[in-house]
Write a protein of this length. Structure first.
Length: 151
């Protein structure tokens, strides 16, 4: 399963195997993954390698991790369209600690203390003298308005 001569880092191979299991439906949204120790045995790698693989999947938004409980498969969120006015700037970045708390659902606040790690935000700056908006990257679909359509 793990090919040490492939040139692909081992943690990425483990992450790919877990991702494949998620995609194939072996681990469904909301399901807990096996523990780090179990994954380490399954893939015959060290726990540090498993931790790196889980961090990689968390950064992709595929899983969320709860301290002292483990990692679970993230549900595919419903995305709401958000129209971006012509001329606006959109910046993608990681949220500040305050934004993680402010943009979290009540369930996320209880479970994780804020938005799950690895979820980016979109900072939308519509133009001069207009207020910027910060939106969760996993809950919105950006729709760019065509400037020529409004003329």
């Amino acid at each position: 399963m793990i090919d040490y001569s492939s040139g692909v880092p081992v943690y990425r191979q483990v992450a790919a195997a877990i991702r494949d299991d998620i995609t194939a439906g072996r681990y469904r949204p909301g399901a807990w993954l096996p523990s780090e120790a179990q994954l380490s045995q399954m893939y015959e790698v060290g726990r540090d390698t498993v931790r790196e693989a889980l961090a990689y999947l968390r950064a992709e938004g595929r899983i969320t991790t709860v301290r002292k409980r483990g990692s679970m498969v993230a549900a595919e969120p419903t995305r709401e369209p958000h129209h971006i006015p012509s001329g606006a700037r959109v910046i993608t970045r990681m949220p500040t600690p305050d934004e993680r708390r402010d943009l979290a659902t009540s369930a996320e606040l209880r479970e994780f203390g804020g938005m799950p790690e690895g979820v980016p935000v979109f900072e939308i700056v519509p133009g001069p003298r207009k207020h910027r908006r910060v939106l969760r990257g996993d809950r919105v679909e950006l729709v760019v308005e065509d400037a020529s359509a409004s003329e």
